[in-house]
Design a protein around this ligand. Structure first.
Ligand SMILES: Cc1cc2nc3c(=O)[nH]c(=O)nc-3n(C[C@H](O)[C@H](O)[C@H](O)COP(=O)(O)O)c2cc1C
Ligand SMILES: CCCCC(=O)C(=O)O
Length: 354
């Protein structure tokens, strides 16, 4: 690495230097005018933190649990497609980095590795989640989910905010298509091959009839806990909880789907209120600092996920780079907790918001 990165933005700059315009635009870009993409980052900064002093902080721990699973910190790795396009270490490298950091990695349906490749390429006992896109060819989805279950993934994350791709103008400008040699097994199973496919192409495989009844059946049939990802409206969070989900991920897909929706920092509180403790609430979008994690927890999230930051680390240094990013966030969180007067994650409550 050319410089010693000292914050996540430094990794972002490194990743931009290393990637061609097409892949960079796909990873970094958002929908439309990218208002929501920018708002996601900015809004965490609008929730100011209010320290309590003279609290014993000689021993601060970022450890917590998510759906009962112990993790080293309330920061998980979000599902991100096409990771071998960032670095040959791909999803297995990301899974090793998450395991080494003591946290959970979520494998995308549109990954460049199968669930079993990831399970064999990373420590067997590390907890991993599988993100589910329901494709029109439901047999492809079923086979992938069964593979994930068989090789030890511990929860399913059903993404519900992406029946089509948002209007991603970076991809239109660069004419982005998946490079030769990058295979997405789910896409290949559904279409016979994935070379040269565009984001609109892989989104065209989605089952756009997906409904609340499907969610109910999916939860009822699943041997694993199910989280639903892409919830914006508090009433939808309640509906999901009524159908038995174990967790709700407040997410606008990193500003990549519908532009002009609120920042996730601003959607979180109303969802927390609506769910009232009946399920764990996670949030993603724009988390770039340990202080952002503190704001999310103070607003009632159990944990956050990071998408692009982990990808910047993977791009910059493969598995080692992704691990550095996760360790950096953990160190920032530990420092923020210390200065906020919170020795334990459960001490980060609404009382610490200005
Ligand atoms: C390049 C890229 C690919 C993504 N692929 C998926 C995916 O396959 N499935 C999914 O549920 N979310 C996907 N997401 C959304 C992320 O899971 C997450 O919601 C988002 O990145 C969070 O915002 P952040 O990047 O600001 O952390 C993707 C995001 C990016 C940036
Ligand atoms: C078909 C989904 C592709 C990955 C994705 O979710 C994204 O690009 O945001």
């Amino acid at each position: 690495m050319p410089i010693d990165p000292c914050c996540l933005a430094d990794y972002e700059a490194l990743a931009q230097e290393l990637l061609d315009a097409g892949p960079h635009g796909y990873f970094a870009g958002g929908a439309g005018d990218e208002r929501t993409l920018r708002a996601n980052v900015a809004a965490w900064g609008e929730h100011r933190l209010l320290p309590r002093v003279l609290v014993d902080v000689h021993d601060v721990s970022t450890a917590t649990t998510v759906l009962g699973t112990p993790v080293s910190m309330p920061v998980l790795v979000a599902p991100v497609a096409l990771q071998k396009m960032a670095h040959p270490d791909g999803e297995a490298g990301m899974a090793r980095a998450a395991a080494a950091a003591g946290t959970i990695m979520t494998l995308s349906t549109i990954a460049t590795s199968t669930p079993s490749e990831v399970a064999t390429g990373a420590p067997a006992d590390a907890p991993r989640w599988f993100q589910v896109y329901v494709l029109s060819d439901r047999g492809v989805t079923r086979t992938l989910v069964e593979e994930a279950e068989a090789c030890g993934f511990t929860a399913l994350v059903l993404t519900v905010d992406a029946p089509r791709a948002g209007r991603r103008e970076c991809d239109l400008r660069t004419g982005f298509a998946v490079p030769e040699g990058i295979d997405m097994p789910a896409v290949t199973s559904a279409t016979g091959g994935s070379a040269g496919i565009t984001p609109a192409g892989f989104f065209s495989l989605m089952d756009t009839t997906l409904s609340w009844d499907d969610l109910e059946t999916f939860v009822a049939d699943s041997p694993l806990p199910v989280l639903v990802k892409g919830i914006h409206h508090p009433a939808d969070a309640r509906k999901a909880v009524e159908r038995g989900v174990a967790g709700v991920v407040v997410s606008n897909h990193g500003g990549r789907q519908l532009d002009n929706v609120p920042a996730t920092a601003d959607m979180l509180g109303p969802v927390v209120d609506a769910v009232a403790g009946a399920a764990e609430i996670l949030v993603d979008g724009g988390i770039r600092r340990g202080t952002d994690v503190c704001a999310a927890l103070a607003l009632g999230a159990r944990a956050v996920l990071v998408g692009r930051p982990a990808l910047w680390g993977l791009t910059a240094g493969g598995e080692a780079g992704a691990l550095q990013v996760l360790k950096l966030l953990q160190a920032e969180l530990e420092l923020a907790m210390t200065l906020l007067g919170c020795a334990r994650v459960e001490d980060i409550t609404a009382d610490r918001l200005a």
